[in-house]
Write a protein that binds this ligand. Structure first.
Ligand code: PRT
Ligand code: ZN
Length: 226
């Protein structure tokens, strides 16, 4: 699909925790779509605003590459990938435009229940399993703690029981998963929720007017929900 400069393209999660609330929020802004058969691209009917349905992890990169103009993604994903760009010497290519008030969770460090928690320095020399290595390294560095970051793409909570790590850094909402794995949260690195992500600079064509209209409606919709 060629990039239309006269239409706005928003990436949202295809399936998962943020998929339905993201769609519902955009629909409450007066958007509607004609669904294509492959269900990956939804053509905007009431306004020239199209949806691309993707993995949440792909959303920051799609914005950075200009494939999509905006995206609905967890702050945790946006900041992790943003920090990863900083670590590798690249410029920020997107920023948080709005907090959307759903998908709330925390990026926490959790340790085995049996630990007598004394404070962050206790993590020195330990192995910490996470799917958020850039945010964890940034935090460790700011604290002056030398620890080993063990990168796992999933099932992070089981790592201490398997002997792969001593502690973990993972998303927590109710905390049930942590307690089921005999872990307790001890520190919060990030308070997260779903956000509208967009480029650092404003659009300099008709997409700017569309984005302004969408933001005004979003702000109204978010205010009503509070
Ligand atoms: O397929 P795709 O890659 O798009 O989806 P995904 O599997 O990577 O993401 P998904 O749908 O699981 O989560 C999308 C976003 O939802 C995350 O990036 C967060 O911003 C947000 N979110 C909110 C959460 C949670 N709450 C949450 N609880 N994401 C994950 N969890 C995990 C948590 O890590 C734990 O393992 O859910 C489990 C249960 O949590 P407890 O604490 O309630 O037990
Ligand atoms: Zn994902």
């Amino acid at each position: 699909v060629a990039q239309g400069r006269d239409r706005l393209r928003i990436a949202i999660q295809k399936s998962g925790r943020l998929a339905d609330p993201a769609r519902a929020l955009l629909a409450s802004c007066g958007l509607s779509w004609r669904e294509s058969r492959d269900r990956l691209f939804c053509y905007g009917e009431t306004l020239p605003v199209d949806l691309l349905l993707v993995r949440d992890d792909d959303i920051p990169g799609l914005i950075a590459d200009g494939v999509c103009d905006l995206g609905v993604v967890g702050r945790n994903v946006l900041q992790e990938q943003g920090q990863d760009r900083v670590e590798s010497g690249r410029v920020p290519a997107y920023r948080e435009w709005r907090a959307l008030g759903f998908g709330g969770c925390r990026l926490d460090i959790a340790v085995p229940d049996a630990w007598d928690w004394q404070g962050p320095q206790q993590l020195g020399g330990k192995r910490i399993a996470t799917s958020y290595p850039a945010l964890l390294r940034q935090w460790l560095q700011a604290q002056g703690i030398a620890a080993d970051v063990v990168l796992l793409s999933g099932s992070v909570e089981i790592a201490p029981r398997l002997g792969q790590a001593d502690a973990i850094c993972d998303l927590v909402s109710s905390g049930a998963t942590l307690s089921a794995n005999q872990l307790k949260p001890v520190l919060t690195l990030l308070q997260s929720e779903a956000v509208l992500a967009g480029p650092v600079e404003a659009f300099d064509d008709v997409r700017g007017e569309l984005a302004d209209l969408l933001l005004r409606r979003l702000d109204g919709a978010i205010r009503v929900r509070k």
